[in-house]
Design a protein around this ligand. Structure first.
Ligand SMILES: C[S@@+](CC[C@H](N)C(=O)[O-])C[C@H]1O[C@@H](n2cnc3c(N)ncnc32)[C@H](O)[C@@H]1O
Length: 281
């Protein structure tokens, strides 16, 4: 394995921060060596300096995409941490529907918009889609608009295809839900059924540099297990942008081990059973 020198680490960590927002502090040299090291051979480079030069001068950004894929942690699974989904099912969605019903008495349908920001391979947004279906919030009575975004082309492609291997469907997805919402193939893979897939859109988006203006406002935003990789300054900017993308009476959810008190004081925590969600103050 080719080692990264201290000078190369400084340059490479700065480059990764610029292209992905992911902040690698000193001590994370092994991450670059183990995750990005294999790209040296793939792109015929003898050092990290050479790979950096090749990547930053490449117009089609093929190497840059591969570096982002390699350095980002895509860990996810269906109904991850379970409590946010119970919260959604038993508190947030019923409250939201009450509010919508009060607001749109004479309108035939209500729109529900939910965003999984940093959706990885899609398990989070499909878990949400399953809950909505089980609550009978289906078209045409409800106009369900679910969005999953991620910086990585590779995970967005898998999410969009909605196909999972045995290991992936066995993580967090109860067998009855798997049978109801997925179609199995002979190669031991499961694909999300069209009925759910039809309500979900996927888009490549960098949470740090991209504007969210074109996305419109959401009733609920999940932004879980991604902001931990950013600098405090970038987290502040991100939470500000997300706040602007949320309906004034919307709901915001972060990962169970994350905290936003220092970076986003305008989000007020609300407790329900054993979980926390946030509302705009
Ligand atoms: C650990 S996964 C979290 C997936 C899901 N939200 C969950 O909690 O199960 C983090 C995801 O964030 C994405 N990511 C990293 N930096 C990003 C950025 N700047 N913009 C958008 N997505 C990013 C990665 O590609 C990865 O898929």
């Amino acid at each position: 394995m080719i080692k990264i020198t201290p000078a190369e680490f400084t340059v490479f960590a700065k480059y990764i921060l610029k292209i992905s927002g992911i902040f690698l502090q000193k001590g994370k040299e092994y991450l670059i060596e183990t995750r990005i090291g294999p790209l040296l051979k793939e792109f015929s480079c003898s050092s990290f300096t050479q790979l950096h030069k090749k990547s930053s001068s490449e117009l089609i950004k093929n190497i840059e995409k591969k570096i982002i894929d390699a350095i980002s942690t895509n860990e996810t699974y269906f109904f991850r941490d379970s409590t946010p989904f119970k919260l959604l099912q038993h508190k947030i969605i019923p409250d939201l529907i009450d509010k919508k019903n009060r607001k749109s008495k004479n309108k035939p349908s209500s729109t529900i918009r939910i965003w999984s920001a940093a959706c990885s391979t899609g398990q989070e947004i499909y878990s949400i889609a399953i809950i909505l279906d089980e609550l009978n919030l289906n078209p045409p009575k409800f106009n369900i608009q679910l969005l999953g975004t991620d910086i990585s082309n590779t995970v967005i492609a898998q999410a969009s295809y909605g196909k999972y291997n045995k290991f992936e469907v066995d993580r967090g997805l109860p067998a009855p839900k798997r049978e109801k919402f997925f179609t199995s193939s002979e190669d031991n893979t499961w694909r999300i059924k069209d009925k759910l897939r039809a309500n979900v859109n996927f888009k490549k988006m960098n949470l740090i540099v991209d504007s969210f203006d074109s996305l419109g406002k959401f009733d609920i935003i999940f932004c879980r297990n991604v902001a931990i990789y950013f600098t405090s300054e970038d987290r502040k900017k991100l939470f500000n942008k997300l706040c602007k993308s949320l309906e004034p009476d919307g709901y915001f959810l972060i990962g169970s081990t994350e905290s936003i008190a220092a970076d986003a004081p305008f989000f007020k925590p609300k407790r329900y059973l054993k979980s926390v969600y946030y509302e705009i103050e």
